[in-house]
Design a protein around this ligand. Structure first.
Ligand SMILES: CC(C)(COP(=O)(O)OP(=O)(O)OC[C@H]1O[C@@H](n2cnc3c(N)ncnc32)[C@H](O)[C@@H]1OP(=O)(O)O)[C@@H](O)C(=O)NCCC(=O)NCCS
Ligand SMILES: CC(=O)OP(=O)(O)O
Length: 324
């Protein structure tokens, strides 16, 4: 395990937080939860019927006896949770609708985070991103000053660490969205010990092509620079001009990035999601995330292609976000 996770683990262990895992019968979730509990790092709270969770654990030959398991069907605090949900949704859902909605594990789990029963939530091993994050967007909501959440990955190989975003949430971001993602990604980079050098990516470098798409990235670059004058942000760049010093020298000699970018902002979700999966599956980078930026409390989504180790690491990161 890289030092990054050893450090995170020690920080998290001292707080021993409770984290919700709505997919309590998923093999990868169960194995990671058992491991986190056995290491004394956190108190995993699994959602599901106790009978089903314990039967699954038995079939996997793991000891789930120390885990907290909550079933929305039998949860004693459900009436209060329904009231809190109706209040939060401000007339958007009736009590009757809320009672139905809160039977869904992701909504139930997100409400446990909202009410403070748990510090954060990790889901998405078996649910799509939409189904995982929608409850958080509706209930947890973004921090003051952040209009939209976005999802970044920490890409890790040996000592290399990069931030890729938005790879998960905003399908067709406008210039304001891209600028906000860049500024939030720079903050996320710092949390992971990366001194952010942010590249706004495109298929053009410094005016080598012109189109609506490239102009959007140019505008986003200006907006990000205005929003965060202390952060090194530049664009628009093709990936090679952002990452390879010799190419940067040719294509963007006056840029402060000099081919040393470490935080990459993709111009659309198509580019970001495809880009991170290529780096992960062909490039051999470990992709940890998506980590949702700018929410009031930490809720993170997994890729359905995740393994137990990914769940374990995203849980540690989620718990660490809860300490910030
Ligand atoms: C994230 C996503 C599910 C939200 O879509 P949606 O559920 O249709 O969203 P809606 O427009 O109905 O909005 C639902 C709520 O979320 C809020 N919301 C939507 N996008 C948001 C964002 N990026 N940040 C914060 N809040 C957001 C809305 O304001 C709304 O809140 P309200 O109900 O309190 O008014 C959608 O953008 C999406 O599918 N993105 C792609 C996900 C994906 O497949 N990624 C690839 C794999 S990781
Ligand atoms: C992040 C991501 O792409 O998630 P999934 O693979 O589950 O769609």
């Amino acid at each position: 395990m890289s030092d990054m996770f050893t450090d995170i683990k020690e920080q998290v262990r001292s707080a021993n937080p409770t984290l919700v895992f709505p997919e309590g019968t998923d093999e990868r979730i169960l194995e990671a939860a058992v491991r986190l509990k056995a290491e004394g790092v956190m108190n995993p709270l699994l959602i599901g019927s106790e009978e089903d969770v314990l039967a699954k654990a038995k079939s996997l030959d793991v000891d789930a006896s120390g885990l907290t398991i909550l079933d929305p069907e039998t949860y004693e605090g459900m009436d209060a949770l329904i009231d809190a949900f109706v209040e939060r949704r401000k007339g958007k859902n009736t009590r009757e609708q809320a009672a139905d909605i809160l039977k869904q594990p992701n909504y139930f789990g997100t409400m446990l985070v909202y009410t403070g029963e748990a510090t954060g939530l990790v889901s998405g091993a078996a649910h799509s991103t939409g189904d995982t994050v929608r409850p958080a967007l509706q209930i947890i909501k973004t921090k003051e000053g952040v209009k939209k959440t976005s999802g970044v990955f920490v890409m890790v190989k040996n000592d290399e660490r990069y931030i890729f975003g938005d790879c998960a949430i905003n399908i067709a971001p406008d210039a304001d969205d891209l600028a906000e993602t860049a500024v939030e990604a720079a903050k996320t980079a710092e949390v992971f010990g990366i001194d952010p050098k942010v590249a706004m990516l495109s298929f053009s470098t410094k005016g080598s092509a012109k189109s609506e798409e490239t102009e959007r990235v140019v505008e986003a670059t200006k907006k990000a620079q205005e929003k965060a004058p202390d952060v090194t942000v530049d664009g628009e760049f093709q990936f090679d001009a952002a990452f390879v010093a010799s190419v940067a020298e040719k294509k963007a000699p006056d840029s402060p990035l000099k081919g040393q970018a470490n935080t990459f902002i993709f111009p659309s979700l198509e580019a970001g999601n495809i880009g991170y999966k290529i780096a992960q599956r062909m490039g051999g980078y470990e992709a940890i995330g998506p980590i949702l930026q700018g929410l009031n409390k930490p809720v993170n989504d997994l890729s359905r292609g995740c393994n137990q180790e990914d769940v374990y690491k995203l849980a540690l990161i989620t718990a660490m976000q809860g300490l910030q």
